[in-house]
Design a protein around this ligand. Structure first.
Ligand code: ZN
Ligand code: FE
Ligand code: FE
Length: 294
């Protein structure tokens, strides 16, 4: 079964119910959300009543909540401990995020491993795993390390770096990986032959660790290290390669999440992209249709 959705908003007033309604309006059967603005630390208490209403609506609509994921705020950086206060803040904020997820009943949280900001990969890997070891095991939430594009000093741009982190994490049951197609391509991986890539992943990390895929096209060519997402089929990865990834049998039960850009910063593309993905046929006029909402 295809689990396809996009990132959606999570508002103070409607919370999980609002996120679900947005996802349903796109024809999605899964989704991803931030529990608050990704770039700040303001968080509102979770309203269990809204969560319950959302869970009931999911039951009605046949949505499998175990496929819904949260994205941790990207101000968290476990890689750099140059300023002990900042590192501590990241650890604490991530811990609080996992507690919010537990209250929401969310099982998987996507996390950017972090940027080493001059410390180098080896120190960063030690810091990240130390941070994770402080947090994991306190509840039943799994952290999915996202494959990164290698922009600036990002860690997690190679499968070997991710493996090094995972090797140092004590609670192996609660650590996994989220593939991001734009980031993989920007990091220099050839994902045209995706089965070949999965074999490589399986050799290094183990394919069972993949719990989520971010499906994005890329504005840049392979190896560009830029991390600029493009709408499905309109970038350098292309429609056929992305369809191959989305429908790969080995990742059949893994949710696929779109993080493609709004058109003209105004129009959400997800309803259109999801329909196009379901049809498996590229629509050259999709951007115009999104702009005109037809
Ligand atoms: Zn991410
Ligand atoms: Fe992503
Ligand atoms: Fe990205």
């Amino acid at each position: 079964m295809l689990y396809i959705g996009s990132h959606v908003s999570f508002s103070k007033d409607k919370q999980l119910l609002g996120s679900l309604e947005e996802a349903l309006s796109y024809g999605a059967n899964t989704f991803m959300f931030y529990t608050g603005a990704p770039q700040n630390t303001r968080r509102y208490p979770i309203d269990d009543n809204l969560t319950l209403q959302a869970l009931n609506l999911m039951k009605d609509k046949g949505i499998d909540y175990s496929k819904v994921v949260v994205h941790a705020p990207y101000i968290i950086n476990l890689a750099n401990d140059k300023e002990p206060d900042k590192f501590k803040f990241s650890v604490n904020f991530l811990q609080e995020e996992l507690e919010r997820c537990e209250q929401l009943g969310i099982k998987n949280v996507v996390l950017h491993p972090g940027s080493h900001v001059g410390l180098g990969e080896v120190n960063a890997i030690n810091n990240i795993s130390r941070g994770l070891n402080n947090i994991l095991g306190n509840n039943d939430v799994t952290i999915l390390l996202e494959t990164m594009a290698g922009k600036g000093t990002e860690v997690g741009k190679t499968l070997e770096e991710l493996k090094e982190i995972i090797d140092r994490v004590e609670d192996k049951e609660h650590i996994g990986v989220c593939l991001d197609t734009c980031h993989l391509s920007d990091a220099g991986y050839n994902i045209v032959d995706f089965d070949n890539f999965l074999d490589l992943f399986d050799n290094i990390i183990g394919i069972d660790k993949i719990k989520c895929v971010h499906v994005n096209d890329s504005k840049n060519e392979v190896g560009a290290h830029k991390d600029r997402h493009e709408n499905i089929g309109f970038g350098h990865i292309g429609f056929d390669t992305l369809i191959n990834i989305i429908y790969n049998e080995r990742l059949q039960n893994v949710p696929k999440i779109l993080e493609t850009p709004y058109v003209d910063r105004e129009y959400a593309p997800y309803k259109y992209e999801i329909a196009m993905i379901r049809s498996k046929e590229f629509d050259n006029n999709l951007i115009d249709k999104i702009k005109n909402q037809i």
